[in-house]
Design a protein around this ligand. Structure first.
Ligand code: SF4
Length: 408
């Protein structure tokens, strides 16, 4: 029966919110017993999550990547369980948790050095200079107890012009020295244009970009993804839940959640599935700060149930009805309309972290990094032109005001 492939029922998705549930979900898949799956000290089994090739590199990566924005030093068991279930693509950054993310990974590799070769390890640098990237990479390698990373990203670019010839030379040098295998960038601003421009370069191996059920059907995004795939660039989707800057918890959301619960899985798992249904996407990077979220996402990854046309229609309807709750990262539109090019897109994202991810502390930490003088300008700025231009009709002034209240 199509809906019961791999021995995992839709009902088992819901059960995956509990420890016993993941055992139920995964044990039949890998032919292992539940106790074995739940015992971190047993030998690792990496046959759970399916894999896809990462661009023209051909490297097989699991379709679910472990985002590293959680307290890794205090949650080493998460890493071990991730490996056991085949989540062997780990994503971190020089700046995550002030370095603790990389240190936690290093702690793990120090204890289990033989596991390093199983991991497709990604880190990122916010620097844009050769010297800065070299310093960050050296620190990252030292923190993580490894001599190389599999993919190195320039973090959070807004414009592909940031990827200049100096970066190209730097990447080639690091590859020649064996410190990085692949090179690319991450972006959550102006993603479509960044991808289209990157596809014209011949030295970008991989990109991680904001991509979800809201954006994936838009023509420009479809063209951008196709251009990258044609150019052999591996693509990892992030922010796949499509959470918004506007406070939600609306009846529409509850209705959507209820619909999928009735079918045997959660709306969050449905949103992951919507992205995985596009084979052009190699992997989803998901922040999974707790074992229950890790388990729920793995259950969604190993289950081969596809969304029905009706499921997709419901997601589409939800996306339409909450269109103005979501900031699409098209910052060249709104920021260009404000005299001082203020970081509107960043603030919308921080609100999303607070409201949609429920991570107020992280949102506040990020907001605090905005210089005082910029925050003062944000209080006084006139956002009316930006609101007129915003394709999603976001109430930018009101949201900035809320951010100043909630995140400051
Ligand atoms: S506020 Fe509007 S214009 Fe600005 S990035 Fe978000 S969606 Fe785009």
């Amino acid at each position: 029966m199509k809906d019961m492939q791999k021995g995992i029922s839709r009902r088992s998705f819901i059960k995956s919110a509990g420890v016993a549930g993941i055992g139920t979900a995964l044990a039949p898949l890998a032919g292992r017993d539940r106790a074995h799956a739940a015992t971190p000290t047993q030998s690792a089994d990496t046959t759970g999550v399916p894999t896809r090739p990462f661009g023209k590199s051909g490297i097989q990566v699991p379709i679910l990547s472990l985002g590293g924005m959680f307290d890794i030093p205090s949650n080493q068991t998460m890493l071990k369980q991730a490996i056991r279930w085949g989540v062997t693509y780990w994503d971190t950054a020089h700046v995550y948790s002030g370095g603790r993310s990389e240190e936690g990974i290093g702690q793990y590799f120090k204890r289990y050095p033989e596991q390093r070769e199983k991991i497709f390890l990604v880190t990122k640098s916010t620097s844009r200079s050769s010297r800065g990237m070299s310093n960050d990479l050296a620190t990252s390698l030292e923190r993580m107890n490894t001599d190389h990373v599999d993919l190195f990203f320039v973090h959070a670019i807004r414009d592909a012009d940031e990827m200049d010839s100096g970066m190209r030379e730097w990447a080639a040098e690091q590859k020649a020295e064996g410190k990085i295998r692949l090179f690319g960038f991450s972006t959550h601003s102006n993603m479509e244009q960044c991808l289209l421009d990157a596809a014209r370069l011949d030295w970008i191996d991989g990109i991680m970009m904001t991509y979800n059920f809201r954006l994936m059907h838009e023509e420009k995004m479809k063209a951008a993804v196709k251009a990258c795939v044609d150019a052999g660039i591996g693509l990892t989707a992030m922010k796949t839940q499509g959470g918004g800057a506007v406070d939600t918890g609306t009846s529409r959301e509850l209705e959507l959640a209820g619909r999928f619960v009735n079918k045997g899985f959660s709306d969050k798992q449905a949103k992951l599935k919507a992205v995985w249904e596009n084979p052009q996407i190699s992997a989803i990077c998901s922040q999974m700060p707790t074992m229950s979220i890790l388990m729920a996402n793995i259950a969604a990854a190993v289950d081969r149930t596809t969304l029905t046309d009706n499921d997709r229609r419901h997601l589409d309807r939800y996306a339409r009805e909450t269109f103005s709750h979501y900031c699409a990262g098209c910052t060249q539109i709104c920021q260009g309309a404000i005299a001082e090019n203020l970081p509107v897109g960043d603030v919308m994202r921080y609100l999303m972290y607070a409201r949609s991810y429920g991570d107020l502390n992280d949102a506040r930490r990020r907001f605090a990094a905005i210089p005082d003088e910029v925050r003062k300008k944000m209080i006084q700025a006139d956002y009316s032109a930006a609101e007129v231009r915003c394709p999603r009709q976001l109430p930018i002034a009101r949201l900035i005001g809320q951010a100043l209240e909630v995140l400051a």
